[in-house]
Each structure stands twice: as C-alpha cells, then as structure tokens.
Design a protein around this ligand. Sequence first.
Ligand code: NAD
Ligand code: MG
Length: 394
Amino acid sequence: MSARAPAGGDARRITILGSTGSIGVNTLDVIAQLGGRDAFEIEALTGSANIALLARQARQCGARLAVTADPARYGELKEALAGTGIAVAAGRSGLAEAAQRPAGRVMAAIVGTAGLEPTLAAAERGADIALANKECLVAAGDLLIRTAARAGGRVIPVDSEHSAIFQTLETDNRHALERIVLTASGGPFRTWPREKMAAATPDMARVHPNWSMGMKISIGSASMFNKALEMIEARHLFDLRPEQIEVVVHPQSIVHSMVGYADGSVLAQLGAPDMRTAIGYALSWPRRPHLDVERLDFARIGRLDFEAPDEERFPALRLARLALARGGLQGAVLNAAEETACAAFVAGRIGFLAMAEITEKVMDRLAGLPAAGSIGAVMAADADARRLAATMAG
Ligand code: NAD
Ligand code: MG
C-alpha cells in the first residue's frame, strides 16, 4: 500500500481527543517512541477534570491548543499554561475547535457518547480518524462512516479486536470473507456462578485480568457489554451482516481477533495485551512502526484456550444481536442505557446484573426508532434512553 495524503491534512499532524485517559496517555507514549516532536506535530489535546495532567502533556509535546471539556475549569487551565503560547479553550465549543483544527489524523479517545460530536466534526473535514471511542460507531455508525467516506478520510480502528481484523482483512479478497471472530477475555467473572455475579461490587468488576483500562470499559469487560459494543462496532467498520459476527472467549488475550475466509482459512493477529501496538498501527498506517512493546514468547505462553461465551451469565451479547437485528437507533439506545446503568452500578445504586436488565427494558421501550440521518436524531434517542435508564436505576 502506498502512503496517501489524507483529505484532512498532514497525517503527521495529530490531535488527541481525550489525551488524559488510558488510551490518550498510551497514544502520547507511542508518539514519544516514534520520534516525538521530531516526527509529529501535536495540534490539539483535550481532557476534562485532570487539568494538571493535560497542562503537563501540552507543554511536553508542544501542543498548539489545549481544551478542557469542563467549562468551569477554563481559568485553571489558562493559569496552568500561562506564558507558554499554547492556546486554551473549554466546553463544547472548545472540543469543536480542537476537532476542526487542521490535523490530518485525529485520535478519538474520549469515553462514551461525549466523543460523538467532536469525532464527527473531525470526520466532516476529511481527517483520518484513529477510533478508540467505539461508542461513536455503536450510536451513530452509519452516520460516522458515511461522513468520513464523503469527506475522503479513513476510519482506522484502535480497539485491539478491530485493529486485528483491519490488519488481517485482505481487501482484495473481501468477497471471500465469511465471518469475523472477536475474542473476549471473559473478564474477572468468567468462571463465576450467576449468584456470585449478582453480588459483585464495582471494585471486583473493575479489575481486568489482562488489560489496564479506563473505568467504564473495565466494567464493560466484566459484564461483556464491551464485547456487545464491539460486535456493533465491527458491523459498521467492516460492513458485515450480523450473522457474520462471532464471539469466542479467549482468556489469555493473545489472539486479538480473527477473520475467516471462504477457503476455510482463518487469519489472526496476535500480540501482547498492550494497546500501544494497535495505537501505533493506527497512527502509522499504512506503515508498521517499530515499537518497544513485549514480544510474544510462545514456549512460555504454552497454550491458548478458547471457549463459547455463556449468554445466561452474560446477556449483553444477546442484547447486541437484538440491537443488530432490530437496526435503526437500537445501537444508540443500547449504548446510552448501558452507559447510564454502568454509572449507577459504579455509584452503588444497582447490582451488577441489573445493568443488563435495565438495558434490555430500555431497548424494548425504544424499539422501532428509525435509522438516524442526523446527529440530532441520535442525540435525542441517546437522551431518551438515558432518562428511562436513570428512572429504572432509581
Ligand atoms: P478513560 O476514562 O481512561 O479516558 C477518557 C478520556 O475522555 C479522558 O481524557 C477524559 O478527560 C475524557 N472525557 C471523559 N468524559 C468526557 C466528556 N464528557 N467530554 C469530553 N471528554 C471527556 O477511558 P479510556 O479507557 O482511555 O477509553 C477511551 C475510549 O477508548 C473508550 O471509548 C473505550 O471504550 C475505548 N477503548 C479503550 C481501551 C483501553 O485499553 N483503555 C481499549 C479499547 C477501546
Ligand atoms: Mg477491545
């Protein structure tokens, strides 16, 4: 594949939406490994509450603009960057400015639907989107993919499973693709009986066996809602039919996902459970960078296990298939209901299993919303689902 100039500007000029999160911090680490300021220009960084980290990052990488999503923290950020020449902005308009500035590649690493508006804005001007913020695709996949295609930008997955599929998808053999197999670690409750899961606390749920990640995605790995979101994410990224999307539990998180072809071949991408490989690939695509990450030692790993997911204990997977079958705005509804229920679980208001129960009830109540032509329709469905879920969560 030859390098191409993205429609949205120089691919070495980068904006990171959500630089202070787990993916954001890893992205800056990868950028430092790939030559830092000699190799990349950082156009804008955005964060929310952690102003000290955001200011330190902006100084270190010489960002042109730093944005906090929280308007109340504008003064604090301004003060922290006084005398540096780094522009400062806040709130929704600040996020929009960060997205609109001329970076050729934008790392979308905000968590949840909050990332949708700025990610769409970056896609609208043709930037390549390195997409970690899977909720964007779950809530508004058709819209985001269409917008990027129309403007001439690419959506390059950062989620490790989707990066694996992106890396093993033979574009010349697209017609021979039969299925994709998403791997799931099974999370900390993989072997727990349902009764024990019912009493699980947020502290038990947030401890992931293999990956170190933000709060929401860690809880989502325990409930397998993360995999549910990833099934819908895959449908939009790779234009798949629902029945082409399989999930297998693979506790070691070494095989990041697989693509099955018409000749019986299955191609897989393997690596240590370290997001920096997928991040580096998304920042460097179509090239593969050199990265200082752990190399797999197969003799030491010894074995790779696979098992069928248990949908009795993990109903999230069934709900993803329901959303895929119903279509329309069910992805947006599932996503918003789950985000709200997850917050209620973390706050101690509901039990672990209630997250799926509430999400399913909200999906049933809001079934039949037609596919969205605009971000307004998506955000309206999102707001309705949040309101219903919050009421059910008490
Ligand atoms: P995180 O919670 O560690 O970080 C989230 C980032 O979003 C922070 O920079 C935060 O300041 C910002 N943010 C939070 N609320 C915001 C709001 N209302 N408005 C604007 N910005 C806001 O999350 P993370 O684990 O880095 O995950 C980020 C995204 O990447 C998620 O969509 C997640 O599903 C996806 N992802 C993460 C991993 C991982 O290993 N952490 C792996 C695959 C995909
Ligand atoms: Mg993933």
